[in-house]
Design a protein around this ligand. Structure first.
Ligand code: ZN
Ligand code: ZN
Length: 289
């Protein structure tokens, strides 16, 4: 739990959509860009980013308006398209005085460097990798807690089809858990009690939990094993784990604003008393912890 007197961290949502971008008029309120979240650390210039879905393009444009050099870290949860697709369009990669470390859990095929720079092969992208003037380093993120400049990052393996991170950021006694792709299996299905126990312990007392809630229980029935959670189970586990603020994300590309607005209202009415805040993530939204 946080100490309310210490400076807070700001979390900015640049992409909240799961699976594929959906830039349609009826989806603009919650947003059509795929996963990207920026964290502004208290009293630090360093840039901290989770995932590089298409939302990272707008973040890049925003950062390039700054005059001074940019440096920071991008923590990628896993290399599914919706979490890396915006990377080649992140403009700060082309600034000679910029410096970024890119972290990703090791995969069966390819290191972090091979996968992220693989985007720039002629097959997928027209501009050669030589155009990346920033100083880049690539880190195969191990499943352990590590210290960085002014914060610590912890890692838990998600329940997802490939090696996927759930990241826990520790800064000034506050904890933010980022789990955009994680399948919490309801006990009415064949859930794994050990994995459920691990996740409950990992999120316990978190100041902010940003969690996958792509489906509801009805939709989940035909999508078990696809690697995403029904929101009902996320709310149940988060509430039992005494999460302070719950923010549900990775919205299904088939969900329009009307559907998401209705769910948002329902969450407030039914579960508002269980959390300090409970809501669906919206592109452009900021949250302080
Ligand atoms: Zn995803
Ligand atoms: Zn995924």
């Amino acid at each position: 739990m946080s100490d309310e007197t210490s400076p807070s961290c700001t979390c900015i949502f640049w992409g909240v959509r799961g699976s594929t971008p959906c830039p349609n008029r009826e989806q603009m309120e919650y947003g059509g860009n795929t996963t990207c979240v920026q964290i502004q650390l208290p009293e630090r210039e360093e840039i901290l980013i989770f995932d590089s879905g298409t939302g990272i393009r707008n973040l890049g444009q925003h950062l390039m308006q700054r005059e001074h050099d940019l440096s920071g870290r991008i923590f990628i949860t896993h290399p599914h398209w919706d979490h890396i697709q915006g990377f080649p369009f992140f403009e700060p990669l082309r600034g000679t005085s910029n410096r970024f470390h890119i972290h990703m859990p090791v995969q069966e095929e390819g290191s972090c460097r091979e996968i992220m720079l693989g985007h720039f092969s002629k097959t997928f992208f027209p501009v050669a990798m030589d155009s990346l003037d920033a100083e880049l380093s690539f880190v195969n993120q191990p499943p352990e807690r590590r210290s960085y400049e002014g914060y610590e990052m912890e890692f838990m393996k998600a329940s997802h089809s490939i090696n996927t991170a759930i990241y826990k950021l520790h800064v000034n006694d506050r904890q933010l858990v980022f789990a955009p792709d994680n399948e919490l299996v309801p006990s009415t299905y064949c859930s794994d009690p050990e994995q459920m126990g691990r996740i409950a312990a990992f999120i316990n007392g978190a100041d902010l939990l940003i969690h996958d809630a792509q489906y509801n229980l009805d939709a989940y029935e035909n999508r078990q094993g696809w690697g995403h959670s029904p929101w009902e189970e996320v709310v149940r586990v988060a509430s039992r784990s005494k999460v302070r603020k719950l923010c549900l994300t990775h919205h299904d590309p088939g969900a329009d604003d009307e559907q998401l607005r209705q769910l948002d209202e329902h969450l407030q009415q039914e579960y508002g008393s269980c959390f300090e805040t409970i809501e669906l993530a919206k592109e452009g939204q900021t949250k302080k912890i």
